[in-house]
Structure formats: structure tokens, C-alpha cells
Ligand binder design. Sequence first.
Ligand code: OXD
Length: 312
Amino acid sequence: MRRLAVVHHQHPAWVQALREAEPRLEVRGWHPREAPDDAWLLEAEGLFVWKLPPGLVARMPRLAWIQNSGAGVDHLVGHPEIPPGIPITRADGQFGLWMARYVCAHLLQEALRLEECRAAQEERRWASKLVPEDLTGQVALVHGFGRIGRQIGRALRELGLEVHGFVRTPRGDAEFPLHGAGDLGAWLGRGRVLVLCAPLTSGTRGFVNASLLEHGHDRLTLVSVGRGEQVVVPDLLAALDRGTLGRAVLDVFPREPLEPESPLWAHPKVVVTPHHSGPSTPRALVLDIQENLRRFAQGQPVLNPVDRALGY
Ligand code: OXD
């Protein structure tokens, strides 16, 4: 039986889901702060992990596969302790639907003027002038168009928006126009909403900065669900204050939890949520990696390892 070590702050739930998904594996789990059983780890060939504790990989001489417990692998791809030949796989299948709901919920809250309706209700005021905004034909710009971005794009299209995807390498697509990420600035002026859901790489770190945001306008809403490090926070605040950005809905931050003294908390045009747009549920995530669990149990190479040079 091949061994899969689970090192995760919620290891009992993951161990149970992984054992159920692939009974041919021997699965054991530890909290990242707990000392694992070194003798058992010596023979383990697989590792299921979120934040990699320092020194762990060195205790696993037979390690042949790392499965990330989420979509973003930015914390793993450049990790100096992981030898180059070890395949790293990610799991993003469950997040698209959650994140699509998140993006649509925040956009609809604005368009339907729900906060103003609630305020009017509290004053027992019949606010007949609170006309909802028509989103039909308005432009949604989705930066990052893998499985997650596409699902967000589909949901926005169902709401009536015209969706454009922005990707590292522009390509033809049967469903949506896809542009190079470098063209995003030229599109910002037309955008009603800009969704950030690309992986964090050297190319996306800090790319939402003053020079991009100067192309925006005061009715543009930015929704960030990928990685906080893609947004330069002082530049974002300056854009909101200057009116080249209308509102920012932020689920991810350069440092998490967001520090109490951050100006983002109190800014009237910022919505802060606690990195909850794509919750990981063991059952759904394990379904997404079922085939690789099967292959690993049978000693076959896993499918779709991330490209560590590209960073995703
Ligand atoms: C992920 C996350 O990358 O939860 O999966 O942020």
C-alpha cells in the first residue's frame, strides 16, 4: 500500500475523505505544527499539504508527489526544499462555482442597490427612485481564465454582461474573447467590473498598480479573489480616492489575516471579506483529484502537474 501523508490544519477531515476516495492508500495526517511520525514518513511517497512546514520534505526521502489542498500553488512552486523532479498538482475544480457566486453576489448587491433599499426600509421610506442598474451589455473583464475564471465568466454572462477574458498568452476560444493580459489597461475604460482570479506569478505580482488603474473610472468595480499580492494596496486606495476606481471588493490580501490597522477596513468604497470566496470542502476537492489518487495508488504518474517555471 502506498502511503500518503496529510499535513494540514484540518487533517482529520481530509484523511477521512482521502481514505474514502481511495481505500488502496494508507493515509495518515498531522497538524502542520505537530511533530509527525518520522519512521512512517520515511516510507511515504505522497504528501497532501497546504502550507509546507520547514524541513518536512527532507524527512520524506521517497516523496514522489505533492498534492496541494487548494488552487493556488504559489507557496509551493518556488519552494527551495522541494526537489525539481517532484510533481506538484493543484485542485481548482470546486472553486469556480463558489467564486462565481461571490462575484455575482457583490455585483448584484450594487446593481440592485440592496444596501440603499435596506436603509430605506429601516426608515419606513418607500424609495421608488431606487431604480436598479441594468447590467445588460455592460462589460466584465476577467483576469485569469482557467477553470475558475471561465466559470465566473459564464455566470456573469448569464447576468447579461459581455465578458472578456485576459490571459498570459492570448488564444482563440469558442466561448469568450480572450485577450493578452497586457491589453487590460486599454479595456479598463469600458469595464463595469474587473475580476482578478489569476494565479500569483512573477508576471501577476503587483500588476494592479497605479499605471494600470489610471485607465479606470469611477463606475468600475474591482473584485479580487485570487491572491492579494497582485494588488498594490496604496495604489488601489489612491485610485479609489481619485475616482479611477469606483469600488473594491477584496477577499484576498497581501498579508492575511488583514492587519487591524489597515486603511482598507474603514474605506467607504472597500468591501473586505475573510478569504472565503472559495471554501475548500474535503468531499468536493477530493472528487476533483480522484483520478490522480487512483493513479498514485497504482504507481502511475499523476496527471496535470503544475509547470513550476510558469508558476501554475
Ligand atoms: C486556494 C485558496 O488557492 O484557498 O485554494 O486560496
